[in-house]
Design a binder for this molecule. Structure first.
Ligand SMILES: NC(=O)c1ccc[n+]([C@@H]2O[C@H](COP(=O)([O-])OP(=O)(O)OC[C@H]3O[C@@H](n4cnc5c(N)ncnc54)[C@H](O)[C@@H]3O)[C@@H](O)[C@H]2O)c1
Length: 267
């Protein structure tokens, strides 16, 4: 049985990684999917593959830092497929810098793409979600929603904020039948991870080092994360709202990890 038969999903950041895997999985589960992203050609190629396999998919160009792009893409999705039941706020970006190196513009950019976009997508989708018997919003957080990560102060702040936004939406729209939850991935092998690793002198060694503090010792695939997004986008998660699910191969279970030894002031 297809879990999302008759459902329409708007998925941001669908041109690669977790968003792409979610779009493909949702289409297999019977949903009409709008692949929303800045890189329209990539979204279009994925949408074409979905259509060729018998699914229903639409590619929409959208820079989630722009309010009008978000509003237009949501309206086009609802028009094309006759409604909207699922919003997956997945688009995100990371910036690797020490806090004192970040500008006010950096702050606005990362918070805009990672958090403000979720607020706006929810705002413009709400009338459609309310019209449906049930609505689902899934926000993509991170292990950085719970712990700090080195040299990514704005990213970490933005992902903590996603939890607060998720709870707030869940509370205020529960009576409308809209549930809102957050999926928090750990180390997932996507272009974002590779880009982040490439800022280090030896990316493979950096990855191996990070995986030493992951209980399962491996990186997640985008599909691993997409499966949890699916869980929150259907009645498999009936009764669950305002919560988060960490999908991290045990990253956050570690109470200790390899340290670099004494800090200078202790010597
Ligand atoms: N990969 C990881 O290890 C990891 C870990 C925790 C959380 N996440 C989160 O997962 C989500 C997806 O990231 P991913 O790992 O699949 O990486 P990715 O780089 O493959 O995907 C990010 C997507 O967001 C899109 N995007 C970025 N800025 C945008 C903008 N202004 N407008 C529209 N789209 C924009 C990109 O084009 C891309 O499609 C992000 O929110 C990220 O923070 C990833």
């Amino acid at each position: 049985m297809q879990r999302l038969a008759g459902q329409v999903a708007w998925i941001s950041g669908a041109s690669s990684g977790i968003g792409e895997a979610t779009a493909r999985l949702f289409a297999q589960e019977g949903a009409c999917v709008a692949l929303v992203g800045r890189r329209k050609k990539l979204c279009e190629a994925i949408a074409e593959e979905i259509r060729t396999s018998g699914g229903r998919a639409l590619a929409l160009e959208c820079d989630v830092s722009r309010e009008s792009d978000i509003r237009d893409s949501i309206e086009k999705t609802a028009e094309a497929f006759g409604g909207l039941q699922i919003v997956v706020n997945n688009a995100g970006m990371v910036q690797v810098k020490m806090l004192h190196e970040c500008s006010g513009e950096d702050w606005d950019l990362v918070m805009g793409v990672n958090v403000r976009s979720m607020f706006l997508a929810t705002k413009y989708a709400m009338s459609y979600l309310r019209q449906s018997h049930r609505g689902y919003i899934v926000n993509v957080g991170s292990i950085s929603s719970f712990v700090g990560q080195a040299k990514t102060p704005i990213y970490t702040t933005s992902k903590h904020a996603v939890l607060g936004l998720t709870r707030s939406i869940a509370l205020d729209y529960a009576a409308d039948g809209v549930r809102c939850n957050c999926v928090c991935p750990g180390i997932t092998d996507t272009p974002m991870l590779r880009e982040h690793l490439d800022t280090t002198p030896d990316p493979e060694a950096t990855l191996a080092g990070r995986l030493r503090r992951v209980a399962m010792g491996v990186a997640l695939t985008p599909l691993d994360v997409a499966r949890s997004i699916l869980f929150f986008s259907c009645e498999d998660s009936a009764g669950v709202t305002g919560t988060s699910l960490t999908v991290d191969c045990g990253y956050l279970t570690a109470a200790e990890w390899e340290t670099q030894g004494k800090t200078a002031f202790m010597e």
